[in-house]
Design a protein around this ligand. Structure first.
Ligand SMILES: Cc1cc2nc3c(=O)[nH]c(=O)nc-3n(C[C@H](O)[C@H](O)[C@H](O)COP(=O)(O)OP(=O)(O)OC[C@H]3O[C@@H](n4cnc5c(N)ncnc54)[C@H](O)[C@@H]3O)c2cc1C
Length: 385
């Protein structure tokens, strides 16, 4: 990315995966960036979760020269098995290099903060009270997550709803017969269950179910938890141990009523939240960063027009992904007989048609613009940025 000749400055509020990547992307474009978070580095890194990264995220990391540092922590999976337990139908997506990568938060956040620390354009301000008063010409990027206080202060609404489903996450050990490079998305009537390989049998399970059931499952003994999990998993996948205490969090569908005001813009979960089905969350946040990075490197773009152009460019992708994830959850989390027939038909079509499978994967990888891409994966990976 080219350096910005105007030497603009920005404050990024929130140093989670979105804020730290946004700070780096802007610094690489020549901006002076202050990255602020009330949590200190240990607390930021210490969060227990794992993300599924798509090719759109991988390409962004490559463009920012972060992929080489990140790649050793990213576990590729070359096959995604999709099973609908309700209609008893299944299909699979296979891509020779990788359908995507699974990465643990701790490694990802550590690399991002280290890269921020080493970049002369980023000033880190972690674990202390905010003493930053933005000046009139400065850009403020809000990346404070779903409960963003600055979004509230700006009077920007955050509309949507909370799902009855919650999402339980656990790091489990699978037995040695399970394929180490296959990920699973199982559509169970109570909610989707994703099985994400992290290498050597370690696997992140992302298990959606009614909130009360999530709560009950987090209180089970290890043996009882594994027994319930194995009942839900396909026969080829067998969980034999737990690496951490399962935890659950509520799941929301929300979108900000606007993405910017004046010289402030919203990025990542401050602006949108969606169901974890299909592993869209962080990838969608990072596509915000990608748009921001492109605009930040445009020397003809002043701060206010950057905010306006960012807001205009992000709507289609955000609405498309939020609506698509909600549609998937509603379609698959029930036993309606008509929908069961439709689901079986849709999955048969996917099985029959390789181009349809490719377009579906493109949609999951690049958002709505992915549907228009007719190229194969190899060509997609080699697209000019
Ligand atoms: C409990 C939990 C478990 C999850 N597990 C998974 C999972 O297993 N897999 C998955 O893909 N996704 C998971 N998610 C979702 C995933 O964490 C989000 O998609 C991702 O973290 C969004 O990144 P972000 O940087 O936008 O927001 P966040 O990661 O929420 O980061 C926001 C940052 O802003 C900071 N902040 C807050 N207030 C202020 C302020 N006033 N000023 C400055 N900074 C502030 C916070 O300290 C935080 O560091 C989980 C979410 C939760 C809540």
């Amino acid at each position: 990315m080219s350096a910005h000749p105007a030497n603009y400055s920005a404050i990024v509020r929130g140093a989670g995966p979105t804020g730290s990547l946004a700070a780096l992307a802007m610094a690489r474009a020549g901006w002076q960036v202050t990255l602020y978070d009330p949590s200190d580095a240990a607390a930021l890194v210490g969060r227990r979760r794992a993300y599924a990264l798509t090719h759109s995220s991988c390409k962004l990391l490559q463009r920012l020269d972060l992929w080489d540092a990140m790649a050793p922590h990213c576990h590729p999976f070359d096959r995604l098995e999709l099973r609908d337990l309700g209609s008893r139908s299944q299909t699979a997506f296979a891509v020779p290099d990788a359908v995507g990568w699974i990465v643990e938060h701790q490694a990802l956040q550590k690399e991002l903060l280290e890269a921020c620390n080493h970049h002369p354009g980023v000033q880190l301000s972690l674990g202390q009270e905010a003493s930053i008063a933005p000046d009139r010409d400065q850009l403020t990027v809000i990346a404070e997550g779903g409960r963003s206080p600055s979004r509230l202060d700006l009077g920007i609404g955050f509309s949507g709803f909370r799902y009855r489903q919650g999402c339980l996450t656990a790091l489990v050990q699978l037995d040695r017969h399970c394929s180490p490079t296959t990920a699973w998305e199982l559509f169970c009537p109570e909610g989707p269950l994703a099985v994400l390989p992290l290498g050597e049998g370690r696997t992140q399970v992302v298990w959606s179910a009614p909130q009360q059931r999530c709560e009950q499952r987090t209180n089970l003994s290890d043996e009882a938890f594994l027994e319930q999990l194995n009942t839900a998993l396909p026969s080829e996948v067998n969980a034999i141990g737990l690496h951490d205490q399962p935890a659950w969090f509520p799941v929301e569908w929300r979108i900000a009523s606007r993405l910017g005001r004046g010289n402030t813009l919203l990025c990542g979960e401050s602006a949108h939240r969606c169901h974890p089905v299909g592993g869209q969350g962080l990838n969608l946040c990072w596509r915000d960063v990608e748009t921001l990075a492109r605009l930040a490197s445009d020397p003809h773009c002043d701060v206010r027009s950057l905010v306006r152009r960012y807001s205009r460019r992000r709507w289609l992708d955000l609405l498309g992904v939020l609506l698509a994830t909600d549609f998937l959850v509603r379609l698959f989390s029930n036993r309606n007989r008509l929908l069961l027939i439709l689901r079986r038909l849709a999955i048969s079509l996917l099985n029959y048609s390789a181009p349809l499978r490719r377009r579906s994967l493109n949609l999951a990888t690049y958002g709505p613009k992915g549907i228009l891409l007719t190229t194969g994966w190899q060509q997609l990976n080699n697209q000019p940025s």
